[in-house]
Design a protein around this ligand. Structure first.
Ligand code: ADP
Ligand code: MG
Length: 344
């Protein structure tokens, strides 16, 4: 964060810098006589990623994570704010500049079934980000595809197969191979393991970790599950209703969480896996989002809420070294016993 003292390496141009990002979507009018309503998907998100480091973004469904991912990838324009890749504003680039810049940042989507075109061979799917950059010799392209397939633990011969011939975990390896083919500096992965069995999740996350070690990649890793980002990320941002409410190292968040919502997420991890809980949390989240009142956005769900919380929205502020929280009671929350989740 810009407001904190940083070691000199962090003062160099960051790989990714996101400044005060706001995204609103207009919803279709319910009737001619009602004003159009807007969804505030992002409400001023600021974050940065240093080359070789990874940022985890967690929060329940509807908190704005996928919107954040789409904006970082310049798949849509923000209502306001900036996305800087190596200091260059993606939304100020000409279309051809942006196309060339895409070499440096690629995306992996959640759904390994829906995100791979079933009618195309693996070779074509994996090669696509590279062919989108310009002409390339066919033999060289096949050699490059084979190389990335091996890097993700697949075989050269898999090139000529189709997506339906692979398991969920293998399809996600294919999606990762496609992201790797341009040798990007940053991979944005939106819920990359959420659709996979728990045992397969670990394999894919281990692969991502190995690739990071080997190539010095950075990830923006998005998940509703704190345990997933813990494994891979140097820093974690917790999002709630389009805002970062807490940000810090995994240790800050797991051992010294300073926002009641982070505590609730930690406690929800094991229970949510057996169903029920997450759906209830989501329904409440949407209800409080539409209320639009002053005060802390978390107030309706918070056990510590008092008059101050109902009247004034807390700013994201330092509560430790490189640890930020948006809670009037952060110090009191940190003094509570650690809300460590049981092994899921
Ligand atoms: P998450 O990925 O954390 O579940 P999203 O970024 O998908 O959250 O959504 C954040 C909020 O923005 C939600 O309320 C969602 O319904 C809304 N939203 C996202 N995309 C659109 C869109 N294209 N049009 C209208 N509303 C949207
Ligand atoms: Mg999402």
């Amino acid at each position: 964060m810009t407001t904190l003292d940083q070691p000199s390496s962090a003062r160099e141009t960051p790989l990714l810098e996101v400044k005060d990002l706001v995204q609103r979507y207009a919803l279709p009018r319910e009737s001619l006589f009602k004003p159009a309503t807007q969804v505030h998907a992002l409400n001023g998100v600021t974050a940065r990623v240093t080359a070789g480091k990874s940022l985890g973004v967690v929060g329940e469904s509807g908190s704005g994570k996928s919107t954040f991912a789409r904006l970082v990838m310049a798949l849509e324009r923000p209502t306001s704010g900036q996305v800087l890749l190596l200091g260059r504003d993606l939304n100020q680039m000409r279309p051809d500049e942006l196309r060339r810049a895409r070499r440096d940042f690629q995306m992996v989507f959640q759904d390994p079934y829906g995100s791979l075109d079933p009618r195309q061979t693996i070779a074509r799917i994996v090669a696509e980000p590279l062919t989108a950059l310009g002409r390339i010799d066919r033999a060289a392209l096949r050699e490059r595809v084979a190389a990335v397939l091996r890097q993700v633990g697949l075989r050269d011969a898999d090139m000529d197969k189709f997506p339906h011939e692979f398991s969920g975990g293998q399809r996600q390896r294919i999606a990762i191979a496609r992201a790797l083919i341009t040798q990007p500096k940053l991979i944005v992965a939106d819920e990359p393991v959420s659709a996979l069995d728990v045992s397969v999740q670990a394999q894919v996350l281990n692969l991502m970790q190995d690739l990071q070690d080997e190539f010095g990649l950075s990830y923006v890793l998005i998940s509703h599950d704190l345990a997933v980002v813990d494994l891979l990320c140097d820093e974690i941002a917790v999002m709630y209703l389009g805002r970062i409410v807490e940000q810090g190292s995994p240790d800050d968040l797991f051992a010294h969480s300073a926002h009641p919502y982070t505590r609730a997420l930690l406690e929800a991890v094991p229970r949510a896996r057996v169903g029920g809980v997450r759906r209830r949390l989501r329904a409440q989240a949407i209800a409080s989002q539409s209320s639009g009142a002053a005060g802390c956005p978390y107030v309706s769900r918070c056990a510590l809420a008092d008059r101050h919380c109902r009247e004034a929205a807390p700013a994201l502020r330092p509560v430790g070294q490189a640890h930020l929280a948006a809670c009037h009671h952060a110090e009191a929350v940190m003094a509570l016993p650690a809300a460590t989740a049981e092994a899921g």
